[in-house]
Design a protein around this ligand. Structure first.
Ligand code: TNX
Length: 513
């Protein structure tokens, strides 16, 4: 293939256009890359540009096509991908698998932008995908129509060497309190992937709703999926719907983590199958927002047979390595019963080939060091997890909960953990969070609970712009993060967010462009 590339390059008719000087280091990239070395010239993206990719390694040509599709959507410009005819080609974007990258991680990439070519090198197609997001952000929204006969979009030249600080960069969506459609979830994936977020955690079950079809227990969705907070009709994903989400996420190099919250937060399951219930009462569908009133009966074998079916069916259609068992706020489960439950369910999760994740309370049980604790409220529980040698996902409510109001004027959202304005979401140091050693931190995840939001506009109002800040907190090293600098780059996301029809909160802290 390199041969073909050389031929293609020889055929390049070097019509150089004099672009005004550029500065790659001042581009509005989020998350900020590890190293940026500007060379002050420009690559002109236009109808004479073509994309070529490594052909003998899986995923590369799809990444090339992904880029072409996004260029088409953004600029209404069609760029050929791996086409033989080079007649009209003057400039090349080459997406290349390289074994000699300075950085040796799967998501690392290097971008070399000159007047004649853009070369994106990566170890894996995943790394290429991350690099493509950087390139998308470098393409201006508007063409420069004074420089050439054709429309042309100058891309600042130079070199970018990049690699994430944390390999786990997540967002969680609660589809249980209010249901969100496959289309809504796909739009969220589109937006998250643009900012290099690589994990989508779906909170699939709670007191108010069961949202994933389990073929061996059909009433879970028939009954348990029939309502939501506020008494609307609810809804659920069939296994085909869920697979569609998984496939869409995979195309965006995003891992989906399914969560079935247990033994608390299980009213919807127990309404569907009352034998599951640990409180002896016959439950009713619940449309309120209280927490901590439901539990499974942790001493019944049939409960574990049920859980085995649920974990098996979901694991079979989940390619990612994780299964999230919830485990939070089981206020009506006796402490010993809770511990017994978590230890038993951990074995079930492992039997089905997954690593268990649970909210921070799970570290009160004797769980394995391979299981993962998601820190949301208790520093004590986080320390217990560290003592067990577990990895911790940082989701401290007062910093990362997307359902917390921005300030006293915010209509949607809750306040129990904090008000989280856009700056306090960004200005903290996950690398030094409450004494959790860096080697125990798997990454960061921003949960969006949906008690107060019921449609995609409301989802976007709480998630954006804060979730963009979490992408930088988890990708970019501490030395490269700075609020004053970030603020300007964030302001410049407005044209993209507007084009994507994102109803972000126009925080007055930001001088939106
Ligand atoms: C606490 S955070 C919960 C959720 C609520 C959320 C609202 C956690 C593990 N449990 O059940 O939705 O607060 O902010």
């Amino acid at each position: 293939f390199i041969g073909a590339l050389i031929v293609a390059c020889q055929e390049v008719k070097k019509k150089r256009i004099d672009f005004p000087p550029t500065d790659l280091a001042k581009e509005n990239l989020i998350p900020k890359p590890l190293k940026v070395i500007p060379t002050n010239k420009a690559f002109g993206l236009d109808r004479y540009t073509a994309i070529y990719t490594t052909l003998n390694s899986e995923g590369y040509s799809e990444v090339g096509q992904f880029l072409a599709d996004k260029i088409k959507a953004k600029l209404d410009l069609v760029i050929p991908v791996n086409e033989n005819s080079t007649e009209l080609v003057e400039r090349i974007i080459y997406i290349n698998k390289s074994d000699s990258l300075e950085l040796d991680s799967p998501e690392a990439y290097q971008l070399y932008i000159t007047q004649d070519s853009v070369i994106l090198n990566s170890n894996t197609a995943e790394g290429a995908f991350r690099g493509i997001q950087t390139l998308r952000q470098l393409i201006p929204e508007e063409s420069n129509d004074t420089l050439a006969e054709q429309r042309i979009w100058p891309i600042a030249s130079g070199k970018i060497i990049d690699n994430p600080n944390f390999g786990f960069r997540g967002a969680m969506l609660d589809v249980a309190r209010h249901f969100f459609s496959v289309e809504d979830v796909k739009k969220y994936i589109d937006l998250l992937a643009y900012y290099k977020i690589n994990v989508l955690h779906l909170h699939l079950t709670d007191d108010q709703g069961w949202r994933i079809e389990i073929k061996s227990w059909p009433k879970l969705t028939e009954v348990g999926g029939s309502t939501e907070v506020g008494g609307e009709a609810g809804g659920f994903y069939t296994q085909e719907d869920y697979k569609e989400i998984i496939a869409y996420a995979a195309k965006h190099y995003m891992t989906v983590i399914p969560e079935v919250d247990m033994p608390g937060h299980t009213n919807a399951a127990s309404v569907s199958y009352p034998f599951l219930n640990g409180n002896g009462k016959t439950p009713k569908l619940y449309e309120g927002t209280q927490v901590g009133f439901s539990t499974f009966d942790t001493r019944k074998d049939t409960v574990y047979a049920f859980i085995d079916d649920v974990v098996r069916e979901i694991s079979e259609i989940t390619p990612g390595p994780y299964f999230h068992i919830g485990g939070d706020e089981s206020h009506v489960t006796k402490k010993n019963d809770y511990i017994y439950f978590v230890e038993k369910v951990e074995k079930i999760v492992q039997k089905h080939g997954k690593k268990m994740i649970g909210w921070d309370e799970i570290a009160t049980a004797k769980v394995d060091s391979s299981s993962i604790s998601q820190y949301w409220s208790s520093g004590d529980n986080a320390q217990k997890a560290v003592a067990r040698g577990m990895k911790v996902i940082l989701s401290p409510a007062k910093r990362t909960y997307l359902d917390m109001k921005y300030d006293t004027l915010t209509k949607l959202g809750l306040t129990w953990a904090a008000y989280i304005p856009v700056d306090s979401a960004y200005v903290w140091t996950p690398e030094e969070y409450e004494g959790i050693p860096m080697e125990n931190i798997l990454g960061i995840e921003a949960p969006l609970w949906s008690e107060t939001i019921s449609n995609i506009d409301e989802l976007e109002h709480l998630a954006f712009p804060r979730v963009i800040g979490y992408s930088e907190l988890s990708w970019t090293i501490k030395e490269n993060r700075d609020w004053e600098n970030y603020k300007v780059r964030l302001a410049n996301q407005a044209p993209f967010l507007d084009r994507m029809n994102v109803k972000y909160y126009p925080s007055p802290l930001i001088d939106w462009k």
